[in-house]
Design a protein around this ligand. Structure first.
Ligand code: GLC
Length: 438
């Protein structure tokens, strides 16, 4: 039986559809974003399989010559958005793009669709496979530096968790470019400034963009000499999981050479994972590569170790303890930042609000852990799914939610919230590929 909100969610996807790709939300986000498209395809798959594949194929159309899939594809300019294509000045696949990437969930979504659809799905996956493989090679080549055993990131925006306190050590270690030109933000005109990153943070974000632009977006220069270099448990865990899903595809498609290559990268990543384990916090934490300093708390990305299949018994136990402690402090879902840590702010973007896509990934990992006999993990996965359902039923399809009051934050009618409702949180979602994964 469909839930009454299923039709509302479907109407949001249709409203945000731009003929082959889906914008995250009107006004605030008028272009194609990388991981948004991947999550949105899970929602499309419940309505129209063909449309889901087109979403993913349009994302792959923005691939750069070096293999990077950019975080934004600007198919047109929009005076209402900042920083737009004229600030980035990067090109890929014939489109203006941003010069950085975003968390690589694409392979995992392609696997979910292929697994659910059988032979026709696998045939579509076969077309995307070489592009995803190139992108995963890009992470290895462009985002690994000597002395750090895990993948890094050169800009907080590349992590998809823009102003998380996770980035404080890296941002504190850099200075604002003295030649940064005055600029006018648009995000704070569309949303309450108290729910957005601060001006001081924004100056640093734009200083990194300036550096990349002035170096022609040469990615190796950005990683080696750029102003910011941190290792992010979010990107690391999502990429490791994506490698496992790409390996599954490689085997199904009979691609022996790439399968061996992917296996080698998986083994190396598993060996490197302890680099992100912060023994003081008893959690996987973001880490500034140059100083070795850890971020000061448990973020929603810390909880993705289950999703990546990483960690020994003690690390898994400690992570579940954090999840239970935090669940006692808030009323809804897993917040983006630890309510017991400094800088928690229940309404400010990645400093506290509950994000649907993070909760979906955390729950997917917990559910798999539960299938290996950990009943506590199963219970937590079910709780997160139930909380997301309650949040949407109570408040609507917001970009993110206040974990204490359940109120919506920032944009309404948000694509990935609608998509993950259809694919995961709705009571009628039980049979979709994404619900099977989570
Ligand atoms: C914000 C989010 C990022 C998302 C983008 C579009 O920048 O932090 O994760 O991809 O908006 O929704």
């Amino acid at each position: 039986m469909p839930h009454e909100l299923d039709a509302v969610a479907a109407a949001i996807l249709r409203k945000n559809d731009r003929d082959g790709f889906t914008i995250p939300a009107a006004r605030h986000y008028p272009f194609q974003w990388n991981w948004d498209s991947a999550f949105t395809a899970l929602g499309w798959a419940t309505l129209d399989a063909e449309r889901a594949w087109r979403e993913l194929e349009s994302l792959a159309d923005g691939q750069a010559d070096d293999g990077m899939l950019p975080h934004i594809i600007f198919r047109h300019d929009d005076a209402d958005y900042f920083p737009g294509p004229r600030v980035w000045r990067a090109q890929a696949g014939g489109h203006p793009v941003s010069g950085i990437s975003q968390p690589p969930v694409l392979a995992s979504v392609v696997r979910a669709l292929a697994e659910a659809q059988g032979a026709p799905g696998l045939a579509r996956a076969a077309e995307l496979f070489p592009k995803i493989l190139d992108w995963h090679r890009w992470w290895r080549r462009a985002r690994m530096v000597d002395g750090c055993p895990v993948v890094c990131t050169v800009h907080p925006w590349e992590t998809g968790r823009d102003n998380s306190p996770d980035w404080h050590p890296g941002l504190a270690a850099m200075t604002v470019d003295p030649q940064l030109q005055p600029y006018r933000r648009k995000d704070t005109e569309h949303s309450a400034p108290a729910e957005r990153p601060s001006g001081a943070e924004y100056d640093k974000y734009l200083s990194i963009v300036k550096f990349g632009r002035e170096h022609g977006w040469r990615q190796e220069v950005l990683a080696r000499d750029g102003p910011f270099l941190m290792a992010d448990p979010g990107v690391f865990f999502i990429l490791l999981r994506a490698e496992r899903d790409l390996l599954w595809l490689a085997r199904r498609l009979g691609r022996g050479g790439p399968a061996a290559e992917i296996e080698t990268r998986i083994t190396a990543a598993e060996r490197g994972a302890d680099y992100l384990w912060n023994a003081d916090a008893r959690a996987y934490c973001a880490r500034d590569v140059r100083s070795g300093r850890f971020a000061p708390g448990f973020s929603s990305a810390s909880a993705l170790c289950f999703y990546a299949g990483v960690g020994g018994a003690q690390q898994r136990r400690a992570t579940l303890q954090h999840l239970r402690r935090i669940a006692q402090k808030v009323r809804f879902g897993q917040p983006s930042w630890d309510p017991d840590a400094a800088h928690f702010d229940r309404r400010r973007y990645w400093c506290g609000p509950v994000w649907c896509q993070m909760n979906y990934l955390i729950a997917a990992g917990l559910r798999e852990r539960g299938e290996q006999g950990d009943a506590g993990a199963t219970a937590m996965a079910e709780k997160l799914r139930g909380d997301l359902r309650r949040l949407v039923e109570r408040t609507g399809f917001y970009e993110c939610f206040d974990p204490l009051s359940g109120d919506g934050c920032l944009s309404a009618d948000f694509s990935w919230t609608a998509a993950l409702w259809l694919a995961w949180a709705s009571p009628s979602a039980r049979k979709t590929p994404a619900a099977a994964a989570a």
